[in-house]
Design a protein around this ligand. Structure first.
Ligand SMILES: [Zn+2]
Length: 393
């Protein structure tokens, strides 16, 4: 079985931030900025060359600092300089690259994470210190995962440690594919047994609710710090709500796909620029959400050994899945084939065509399809997930 690596980043907020940490942040920034200037002046994009040319003098300048901080500072400096060069080439950067953020990159020599106890140990100029952190929302799933790099990040809300977890998973050969059609208000699944399942997500209601809320704040409260803070607060709540929603949707999809071993999604990265995209995406998921939801489905599927394939989205909602004829609208959300007379809900058609495309892509000869028997008049059966909550405050 082929194996793949899943990488996920989790954010943990530190319960307390001792003064020594502030010192570490400022020293580290000083070093990264020195290194950035050095890469800039000498046009260095190689981490090894940068380390080779600067390590000795930095070691002498900061004898008390654990040496791996210098390594990671070299890594950060080369990354910052490379992205600066890229922006510069596009005419989007001017002046010198400077690093202003409170970020420290940590490798496995510099920290040790204890998930169970909620404690992280750091190497500092004053020796090892142990700090407690608040448990993150989904932290339990990382039990037994490999801990990779991490970043200490200073924000107005406190200091966070962002940790990259990775896990090797085996991906089975899929037996069949569940076609998944993602829309803003519903997600429709075409199952290999001919059934169609629709999850009503209420995403548009959630978005509209927060939109109205933001409008009210903008009307009632004068422009200023308080307004900004409130808008930010609700923006964050909206993102959290949608994130929760996407996790629930992805769980349901993977649960249905588990026994078949395959999920088919539309690949919408290629046609981003075209006009067809904007017409097609009108009324569909916001692009950001779409990618976010797809990436959650992808890793949740991998965790269950389920393969995810991406199909070309062309004509998935305009051609008949039975005979390939052209479909025309025939009433609210219903499409009808002018050739064979097949009629179904547009979401049923979309998910069905996505499933068929995945089969063809996978080299499976597709037998002639017959209209779904189990759904009344080409309508999907509805699957309920608990998504609607009221917006408080
Ligand atoms: Zn037809």
């Amino acid at each position: 079985m082929p194996s793949e690596t899943i990488k996920l980043t989790a954010k943990f907020k530190l319960k307390e931030t001792p003064k020594g940490l502030d010192y570490l942040f400022s020293v580290y920034r000083e070093i990264v900025n020195f290194l950035i200037s050095y890469t800039h002046e000498n046009n260095i994009t190689s981490f090894y060359r940068l380390k080779k040319e600067t390590y000795k003098s930095l070691r002498e300048g900061y004898p008390e600092l654990p040496s791996h901080y210098i390594y990671t500072a070299c890594q950060m400096a080369t990354a910052v300089y490379k992205s600066y060069r890229k922006r510069k080439r596009k005419g989007k950067a001017n002046g010198k690259p400077v690093f202003k953020k409170g970020v420290i990159m940590l490798d496995d020599h510099l920290f040790k994470l204890n998930l169970e106890k909620g404690v992280v140990k750091f190497s500092t100029p004053n020796g090892r210190i142990a700090l407690e952190f608040y448990p993150a929302k989904y932290y339990k799933k990382f039990k037994g995962w490999k801990v990779g790099q991490a970043w200490l990040v200073k924000t107005p809300k406190g200091v966070f440690i962002n940790v990259v977890f990775s896990k090797e998973v085996e991906i089975r050969e899929p037996k069949a594919f569940v076609g998944v059609d993602l829309n803003e208000n519903n997600v429709t699944l075409a199952l290999p047994n001919g059934e169609f399942v629709q999850i009503i997500t209420h995403e548009r209601e959630i978005r509209t609710g927060y939109f109205v809320k933001r409008r009210k704040i903008q009307k009632k409260i004068r422009a200023g710090k308080k307004r900004e803070e409130l808008l930010q607060k609700y923006g964050e709540r909206e993102r959290n709500r949608l994130n929760d929603l996407y996790h629930k949707i992805a769980n349901v999809i993977v649960e249905f796909a588990k026994r078949y071993g395959g999920i088919a999604l539309e690949d919408l990265t290629e046609i981003r620029e075209s006009i067809r995209y904007s017409a097609e995406m009108n009324g569909r998921l916001h692009r950001w959400s779409f990618h976010k939801l797809q990436s959650i489905i992808k890793y949740k599927a991998k965790l269950k050994s389920v393969r995810v394939v991406f199909v070309n989205p062309a004509f998935t909602s305009s051609l008949c899945p039975i005979c390939g004829g052209k479909l025309s609208p025939n009433g609210h959300r219903v499409l009808k084939c002018s050739n064979c007379g097949f009629e179904a809900d547009r979401d049923v058609v979309g998910s069905w065509n996505i499933r068929l495309k995945a089969l063809k892509m996978w080299g499976v000869t597709v037998p002639p399809e017959s209209p779904p028997m189990k759904t009344g008049g080409g309508k999907p059966t509805h699957y309920k997930i608990n998504t609607l909550h009221t917006i408080n405050g």
